[in-house]
Design a protein around this ligand. Structure first.
Ligand code: FE2
Length: 301
């Protein structure tokens, strides 16, 4: 039997009240995974693999294969780390769950990616509110093999450590960037034959059956070109599908945008109103103006 995850405190954040777990790094207790745990991995892996074919970006699919991830069993962090360390110098570390912000940023700044070691229960295959092993590992880890994305994640961690010293508003700005890129980002991907379709790279999307389809095929959400200051002003959803997705042209664009020091930008943003999650602005590069169908009127965070 798995030991239950240990919640140590609840922290009030812009995401609502979230459980924060012990900050200790834990050895992945691989031998304690039950047959049901491996079964949950298999169910989710097969289902998402099918849905993501043609929807997730090529980097995601290709890197998952490079890692040798299969539905057969929950991967061992040690096996993945051999591949990852050699490729980009990143390392997966096991954790009990969500970490306090500064601890999380510090890990990223040092190329350590925290992965929740436990997996959801079979009755939670369709939805779980907090990140588990499937979200963290299936969703986040493949892109860490991409050198540009790997650099972006580290730059984000360094930015986080810095923002933490600047105050709550800077952190809110930065969290929005993570949300709309790392968790819910889309990328415009050409295949050389004129098809420059949108593809998914955000972990929150690739680990969700419903949102993997919704983000690309539903007329409801806005799909808007990446714009860093704009994203940092934009509120988001934690309890429904996103009202707006931001589209990057390349991982290079993401990394380049993160290179400058954000301190002057935070100061500038502090004088501006936040933007509701579903708004379209005059200067937006609009791929799709959402119909807004099914949107909740309240609840942007
Ligand atoms: Fe995540």
């Amino acid at each position: 039997m798995n030991a239950p995850p240990r919640r140590v405190e609840h922290q009030q954040t812009d995401k609502g009240t979230v459980p924060i777990y012990t900050t200790a790094i834990v050895e992945q207790p691989w031998s304690t995974y039950s047959r049901a745990d491996h079964g949950t991995w298999a169910t989710l892996f097969k289902r998402q693999q099918q849905i993501l074919a043609g929807r997730a970006c090529r980097e995601f699919i290709g890197n998952q294969q490079r890692f040798g991830m299969t539905p057969d069993a929950i991967p061992k962090f040690d096996d993945l780390n051999r591949v990852l360390k050699a490729a980009t110098g990143w390392e997966l570390i096991g954790v009990e769950g969500l970490l306090p912000e500064l601890t999380f940023f510090d890990h990223l700044a040092n190329r350590r990616f925290p992965v929740t070691w436990w997996i959801r229960k079979p009755e939670q295959v369709d939805y779980i509110a907090e990140p588990d092993l499937f979200h963290d590992l299936f969703g986040h880890v493949p892109l860490l093999l991409n050198p540009l994305f790997a650099d972006y994640m580290q730059a984000y961690g360094c930015g986080g450590v810095k923002a933490h010293g600047l105050g709550a508003e800077a952190l809110v700005n930065l969290t929005r960037l993570y949300w709309y890129t790392v968790e819910f980002g889309l990328i415009r991907e050409g295949n050389g034959s004129g098809d420059d379709g949108l593809r998914i790279y955000g972990s929150g999307i690739v680990s969700s059956k419903g949102e993997s389809i919704h983000c690309l095929e539903s007329p409801a959400p806005n799909r808007i070109g990446f714009d860093m200051p704009r994203i940092m002003r934009t509120r988001y959803r934690i309890d429904t599908y996103q009202k707006t997705y931001f589209v990057i042209d390349s991982f290079e664009q993401l990394m380049e945008a993160t290179r400058p020091d954000f301190t002057p930008l935070y100061a500038q943003l502090a004088t501006q109103e936040s933007i509701p999650a579903g708004s379209v602005l005059q200067n937006d590069k609009v791929y799709n103006r959402g119909t807004g169908e099914g949107w909740a009127s309240e609840g942007d965070v």
